[in-house]
Design a protein around this ligand. Structure first.
Ligand code: AMP
Ligand code: MG
Length: 503
């Protein structure tokens, strides 16, 4: 692929030492050397000092002019080989043969404190050969949104890419009128996606190399397995991704998270949540909930997420067929055998998780008890997050919270059944309530709060964002001064609330 004509290492910076570029070095056929646009007046809006420390980066240096230069994409770190990555993807079910980083760069890889290799990636750093019709830029609101929601997900214990910083570039980008430009620095186990494999499979010999790289990086325990035969490492690799993604989507479903754009280019090989464009959290429980302005058919509705994920994994399996067995028939049989385990794996993760949410320990739970609660919640439009905390309060003898969510006539008989199950379990109500509060968040990024914080930030006031970030990164322990953050959005807000891609 053609390189950026003015690609030079001018402005090389030592602010991010130790960057490696194993992916760029090994996959010239999947990358284009590139560099970011010059930010006219870069200013750091938020820096994740805790994450910087985990990456052994010096926060003071990152805050310096040199550091902000790197985090804005204007300066290239010393010895780095930044690239735009190529990938394909199924978007809303239709195949797009060439997507790629249209406004992003892989700066390189860092080793974290535990010795794990992670990607340092910039989003909003300017046009690339993959920009297609897009301008290559991003703006303050959506980049702070990704920062906030990904850090909230991390605090909730959900595998996710993380946010290192957001820098305002000083440029004005056309969106709703002109909006302030911004660049997000993102840390990920890697940026390999199902879409990376969909791109590679059409380019022959790169596919086995890509599979080896992905196995070595994400599932190193499989590297010693044989390349052929029944339990070959490619089949086990597929199985490992199926397991990681089944576990991930179960966590989304337990938290009321709607990703919003589950295209195969947004489905990672690592099992981390990636890309927080049109995502949202449920207030009222509704399997049909859709927030994205472009998801007219509800393909990525809350309740469809496990099925869509399985569909995406089928697209992934197709890319690996040539490696899985010598004949297409055998490969399809083997891949189908693994794909068919998705539902069971998902159910196991979901069931264990939902049992814990209602205070039932272990993996055995009467599914009817769960399903009946969900039906009652759906009928009443009960707040997903609030209901589980209210059930714990009910065990403590405080009925007001639950009364505000579900009519007592409807929930009463269910509570009796639930209390019987809890009594059999033998753990006292107080201990059960405490255990529930450890898995049921009180504070999630509520859509109206996120919206208000991002509007203020776009207008230059970061304080609502800073407070909200503090709240959502401490989701479980109640604090009196945060009472405004625990409730759902006013109904009129939710009725018109929409989210957007590529902003
Ligand atoms: P997403 O929906 O954010 O995962 O993006 C899907 C594709 O659109 C990716 O190839 C992005 O790089 C590209 N894209 C999104 N926004 C822009 C933009 N403003 N300029 C160029 N490419 C973009
Ligand atoms: Mg994406």
């Amino acid at each position: 692929m053609a390189a950026n004509p003015d690609f030079t290492l001018s402005g090389a910076s030592t602010a991010v030492p130790g960057l490696e570029s194993t992916f760029a070095d090994e996959f010239g056929d999947l990358t284009v050397p590139w560099k970011g646009a010059q930010a006219p007046d870069p200013a750091l809006l938020v820096l994740n000092e805790q994450l910087a420390a985990e990456l052994r980066l010096d926060a003071a240096v990152l805050r310096s002019e040199e550091g902000v230069g790197v985090l804005s994409g204007s300066a290239v770190p010393d010895r780095a080989a930044p690239v735009a990555m190529a990938y394909a993807g199924h978007q809303f079910g239709g195949y797009a043969p060439l997507l790629g980083d249209g406004r992003a760069l892989l700066l390189g890889e860092l080793a974290d404190q535990g010795g794990r290799r992670v990607d340092l990636h910039l989003k909003g750093s300017g046009p690339t050969p993959f920009s297609r019709g897009g301008d290559g830029f991003a703006v303050v609101g959506p980049m702070l949104r990704e920062y906030l929601v990904s850090e909230a997900m991390y605090a909730l214990g959900i595998p996710t890419t993380r946010a290192l910083s957001v820098v305002a570039t000083g440029a004005h980008v056309p969106r709703n009128g002109l909006e302030p430009g911004a660049v997000l620095a993102r840390i990920a186990a890697s940026h390999l996606r199902v879409g990376t494999f969909e791109f590679a499979v059409r380019r022959g010999e790169v596919l086995p190399r890509l599979a080896e790289y992905a196995i070595g990086r994400h599932y190193p325990e499989l590297t010693e397995l044989p390349a052929t035969g029944d339990g070959n490492r490619y089949l086990r690799f597929f199985e490992a991704v199926v397991e990681a993604q089944a576990s991930l989507v179960a966590k989304w479903m337990l938290t009321g998270f709607v990703h919003g754009v589950m295209n195969t280019d947004n489905t990672t090989i690592s099992g981390e949540t990636i890309d927080y464009g049109p995502c949202a959290f449920l207030d009222a429980f509704d399997p049909a909930a859709v927030f994205s302005s472009i998801d007219h058919g509800g393909r990525y509705a809350f309740g469809n997420q496990p099925a869509v994920l399985k569909w995406n994994l089928a697209r992934f399996a197709e890319t690996l067929l040539p490696l899985m067995a010598p004949t297409p028939d055998d490969a399809i049989t083997a891949a189908t055998g693994v794909l068919d385990t998705f539902d069971e794996r998902y159910d196991a993760h979901y069931t264990t998780g939902i049992a814990a949410k209602i205070g039932v320990a272990g993996t055995h739970i009467d599914r009817a008890l769960v399903d009946d609660l969900l039906s009652l919640m759906e009928e009443s439009g009960a707040d997903w997050t609030g209901t589980f905390r209210a059930l714990a309060e009910e065990l403590r003898g405080h009925s007001a919270s639950l009364d505000g969510l579900l009519p007592r006539t409807a929930i009463g008989p269910w509570l009796e059944r639930w209390n019987e199950v809890l009594a059999q379990q033998g753990r006292g109500p107080a201990a059960t309530a405490d255990a529930m509060d450890e898995v049921n968040p009180l504070y999630i990024p509520r859509n109206h709060q996120v919206d208000a914080a991002l509007r203020a930030a776009t207008d230059g006031d970061l304080s609502p964002f800073t407070t909200l970030l503090e709240v959502v990164t401490h989701p479980f322990g109640r604090r009196d001064e945060w009472s405004d953050y625990a409730g759902p959005a006013p109904r009129q807000f939710t009725e018109s609330f929409q989210t957007f891609c590529g902003t």
